[in-house]
Design a protein around this ligand. Structure first.
Ligand code: HEC
Length: 245
């Protein structure tokens, strides 16, 4: 029965000019994975776009218009939820359309299926960073402006422009993003820790690593910028410089 269903999907895919994605069959899919695969095959962009890319992208490639879903970084359920609802709040240059019209249960099944596809990718693990490995940034307006640009591009969707966690998709996450204006919490964190989270992400949360997206210098600049959230007086001064500029 399953085989007939698979052939049917493949025939449909061929008829519409693309191949339906083959479901991984090394071990039986769980019920939820199977359900996710069905939604994946049914939704036009998932199946058409990503199936072509599976054929066209060299194995192991993370870049390209549509990534090979077997090699994309691993993410948590809540990351997928946020990404389906508002792709560009999570990845600003993502060409993916929103799948926010799916029900929460459907999104969950889809995420479980996608996690099955890339389950061989090593889980992100923050690596301790020695302080001297962090590129130096001046505490000046030029660095502030550069860090602000990076933050407003890559981080505000979750962390919010004011750094307190209220980004467009922040409420979909559990735990929700950290409040950087909490100066007590911020003062207890070492730069090495914060830099390692920005680089490799934070395990078991939606916080992604940026080592493939931002250069070390850019990660240092955005770290420098988020430290201003906990220092409103210094931030105000920099914002004034902005207004004058
Ligand atoms: C997909 C949503 C998302 C994006 C995009 C995102 N973050 Fe996060 N971030 C989170 C979540 C969720 C946490 C974890 C909060 C917790 O553990 O309580 C977090 C935590 C952090 C932390 C603190 C680590 C800790 O222990 O809480 C830092 C620093 C951080 N993010 C920086 C950034 C920077 C800089 C960017 C942009 C370059 C960014 N984040 C983009 C969701 C996101």
């Amino acid at each position: 029965m399953k085989r007939v269903f698979f052939l049917f999907i493949a025939a449909l895919g061929l008829a519409s000019g693309c191949l339906a994605p083959p479901a991984p069959r090394d071990a039986p899919l769980t019920r939820l994975e199977e359900q996710g695969w069905r939604i994946f095959s049914r939704e036009p962009c998932f199946s058409a776009c990503h199936a072509t890319s599976v054929a066209a992208t060299p194995p192991g490639s993370l870049s390209g218009f549509v990534p090979d879903l077997r090699t994309t970084p691993r993410h948590t359920q809540d990351w997928y939820l946020a990404y389906f609802v508002n792709p560009r709040a999570v990845l600003p240059y993502s060409p993916m359309p929103s799948f926010g019209y799916l029900s929460r249960d459907e999104m969950k099944a889809l995420a479980v299926f996608l996690q099955r596809l890339n389950r061989d990718v090593p889980a992100p693990k923050a690596r301790p960073v020695a302080p001297e490995e962090i590129p130096r940034t001046a505490r000046d307006f030029v660095s502030y402006r550069a860090g602000r640009n990076i933050f407003n591009t890559y981080c505000t969707g979750c962390h919010g422009e004011s750094g307190s966690g209220g980004g467009e998709v922040g409420h979909l996450l559990s735990p929700e993003p950290r409040d950087f204006t909490d100066s007590v919490w911020m003062s207890k964190q070492t730069e090495s820790y914060l830099f390692s989270v920005i680089t490799d992400g934070k395990a078991n949360t939606a916080m992604p690593g940026f080592k493939d997206i931002l250069r070390p210098q850019e990660r240092a600049l955005v770290l420098n910028y988020i430290q201003y959230f906990a220092d409103p007086v210094a931030k105000e001064r920099m914002e004034l410089a902005f207004a004058i500029e």
